[in-house]
Design a protein around this ligand. Structure first.
Ligand SMILES: C[S@@+](CC[C@H](N)C(=O)[O-])C[C@H]1O[C@@H](n2cnc3c(N)ncnc32)[C@H](O)[C@@H]1O
Length: 330
């Protein structure tokens, strides 16, 4: 019997993990670091990486097949995707690729996660603050995602003279970008204890101690008492169930001055919850990577804005994806 399209659709879907692992292994083995120095033959590449040629070659050919690198006679070249695969590029995705292995381990347990809640709870703890190294790897991956969005934020909104709080600030990417672009702005950069320690290190490295203060705490019970012009809630709400998102937005509302603004991003679903692709899969990822978190639709978040009492909100679809943003006014 001739295979039809249905067979290849299912085969392609079920084999998706093979390309995932090729890209993760290439990133972690240092293939892109070496190729960023110039085109290279397989023997030179294997020698520089310190691995056997016969083991590296199939991976290189798969990368060429995906179109991520090219091959000219016997040389492999990092060209078209240099902007995202060169470790020195500002848009480098290598931190995200490195972190994907942690996530792939968790996805492996999707079936068990559905059957029991214990696994997702411990997965969430391991990502967000059980030990320094794992938290730092996670926050570095978040930083990779946040850099283009932080640039968008600072180029499209004015924070001159503002006070702000960045809740669940991760690596501190947004606060640091705002403080660098607006020397008259100052902010509290708030996260769980290990993340707050990492943020403080970053603030020191960037020489921003006069503008930014890292504060350690749990947003469920220890947010600061003062009032701010702006609150940032970037890539946070999807790690919480809807009751917690609602409670958090009430707390944020109380933190803002009259006319103050909340900037909020997540991977929004269309109201039918089956588009866009990234958000649909992110909803599944929150099953394995968070404690009862999920993806939210536009309709759901707007209902919460209204319930909490915010005056108005504007959807900003053109922030660099796959996340998108609402700017919400008190
Ligand atoms: C997905 S990351 C987003 C980081 C950053 N906002 C960004 O967009 O790059 C979520 C952040 O929320 C923090 N977080 C999780 N639960 C928290 C809590 N209960 N209180 C404070 N921060 C929390 C995590 O440590 C992590 O840094």
């Amino acid at each position: 019997m001739k295979p039809n399209n249905h067979v290849s659709t299912v085969k392609n879907l079920v084999n998706g993990y093979k390309s995932t692992y090729v890209l993760i292994a290439a990133g972690r083995l240092g293939v892109f670091d070496v190729l960023s120095k110039g085109e290279m033959s397989i023997s030179d590449l294997a020698a520089l990486l310190g691995f056997e040629e016969r083991k590296i070659e199939p991976i290189m050919n798969a990368l060429v097949h995906f179109g991520l690198i090219s091959k000219d006679k016997d040389k492999y070249i990092l060209d078209e995707y240099k902007d995202v695969l060169d470790p020195n590029s500002s848009q480098s995705q290598l931190g995200y690729i490195n972190h994907a292995l942690n996530m792939a381990d968790k996805w492996r347990n999707l079936e068990s996660v559905v059957k029991t809640s214990d696994i997702s709870t411990s997965n969430f703890k391991s990502i967000t603050g059980e030990n320094y190294n794992q938290t730092k790897a996670f926050l570095q991956a978040m930083n990779t995602n946040a850099i283009p969005q932080a640039n968008y934020l600072t180029n499209n909104f004015d924070f001159n003279g503002h006070s702000f709080i960045d809740i669940g600030a991760g690596f501190g990417t947004y606060s640091i970008a705002v403080a660098q672009k607006y020397p008259s702005a100052h902010g509290i950069v708030f996260d769980l204890p290990i993340a707050a320690q990492i943020i403080e290190e970053n603030i020191k490295v960037e020489n921003l101690l006069e503008q930014l203060t890292a504060v350690s705490g749990n947003y469920k019970d220890s947010l600061p008492e003062q009032k701010f012009d702006d609150a940032f809630l970037f890539a946070v709400i999807h790690q919480e169930p809807i009751e917690e998102v609602e409670a958090l937005l009430y707390s944020v509302y109380n933190l803002l001055k009259e006319g103050g603004k909340l900037y909020l991003t997540t991977f929004f679903l269309e109201d039918n919850k089956i588009e866009p692709a990234f958000s649909v899969l992110f909803g599944v990822e929150m099953l394995v990577g968070s404690n009862m978190g999920r993806a939210y639709s536009h309709c759901e978040i707007k209902e919460i804005f209204q319930k909490v009492g915010f005056k108005s909100w504007e959807y900003i679809p053109d922030i660099p994806g796959p996340a998108s943003m609402y700017v919400v006014e008190k």
